[in-house]
Write a protein that binds this ligand. Structure first.
Ligand code: DP6
Length: 316
């Protein structure tokens, strides 16, 4: 009745922003991501007959309050779906700064979905696991897979899942850490604002669907510059809508990194910036160019060089 799972963080090239169903975490659009090797979560779920409620430890700290509520509510859904009669002791370790816009909920809920099912001997397909992880956090649907993943928006629980997507084997991401403190507004709360404005919501859906068509074609043509360009434009578009809703995640330091990226591109290097719900900037590039560009980024931020990470797996 015990299992430990490991899942890696993913970074979206086409972002998930806004939901058509809050309870089921059904997104407004499909999205596309790349799973990173350096940032991950390890989670142990141990069902115990004697427990009268779940117990949660994150990074050796005993957790209560909203963070606990979110996890216990999620586990209760899993208990109900698979007839699991026990509460659990959950221990999670994050090898990633929490809530700093490096998408730690993606690795956290992917690892939790896998550990919580396997601990009770339930062996789900990757597709089922992806849908289950999505119920915990939308972006977690994509962390079930290594490398690139495409999350089909779907229209109900089982049709909204991610699957592996063929992409560049030599992809690299420079995670430029501007600030690793917890962000002020969670992506969960911030993205609800978009759906309050019908016109912005519809524009976002329409634009994102166009970007998806274009990026898929660029992948088929093995055209890294177009893929990177679309990813950067889509991130900018998301931040535009965030600002429309009065939410500003980017700082002067983020903009310095974005400006540097444009400058390096002018010098012929294939570097593209993408940002999530925080000030940190992730640079999409290819392995062979890292040595040429890393020094410039290191002058502005703490940089972690990431490559393709593995999909979620059981380690014990
Ligand atoms: C900006 O997956 O954290 O990182 O489904 O409410 O848990 P919930 O949201 P979450 O949002 C991630 C938003 C994003 C973009 C992305 O990863 O696609």
């Amino acid at each position: 009745m015990k299992a430990t799972a490991k899942a890696h963080v993913n970074i979206a090239l086409i972002k998930y922003w806004g939901k058509k169903d809050i309870e089921l975490n059904l997104p407004l659009t499909s999205s596309l991501s790349f799973t990173l090797d350096k940032f991950y979560t390890k989670t142990t779920v141990h069902y115990k007959k004697e427990l009268i409620e779940d117990q949660l430890y994150i990074d050796q700290r005993y957790i209560t309050g909203p963070e606990y509520e979110r996890v216990t509510k999620y586990l209760s859904k899993i208990r109900q779906m698979y007839n699991i009669p026990y509460y659990a002791m959950i221990e999670s370790e994050n090898y990633v700064p929490k809530k700093a816009g490096v998408a730690s909920s993606s690795s956290a809920f992917a690892a939790l979905a896998l550990a919580a099912t396997r601990a009770y001997g339930i062996d789900l397909s990757e597709k089922e696991l992806s849908s289950l992880a999505r119920l915990g956090s939308g972006s977690a649907a994509r962390s079930i897979y290594g490398g690139f993943a495409f999350w089909n928006e779907g229209y109900d629980h089982l049709s909204s899942y991610a699957e592996p997507f063929n992409g560049f084997e030599d992809m690299a991401v420079l995670v430029c850490m501007v600030d690793d403190r917890e962000k002020k507004i969670s992506s969960r709360d911030a993205m609800l604002e978009l759906t309050k404005n019908e016109e912005n919501k519809n524009d976002w859906i329409e634009n994102t669907n166009d970007f998806i068509e274009q990026i898929k074609e660029a992948f088929i043509n093995d055209d890294f510059d177009t893929v990177g360009g679309i990813a950067e434009s889509h991130a900018m578009l998301m931040h535009y809508y965030m600002q429309e809703d009065g939410i500003d995640y980017l700082t002067d330091q983020s903009f310095k990194i974005i400006d540097l990226t444009e400058k390096l591109r002018g010098q012929g290097f294939p570097v593209y910036a993408t940002m999530d719900a925080g000030p940190n900037v992730k640079i999409l590039t290819k392995k062979e160019y890292i040595k040429d560009v890393i020094g410039s980024y290191e002058k502005l931020a703490k940089v972690t060089v990431c490559y393709k990470g593995e999909g979620a797996k059981i380690i014990w």
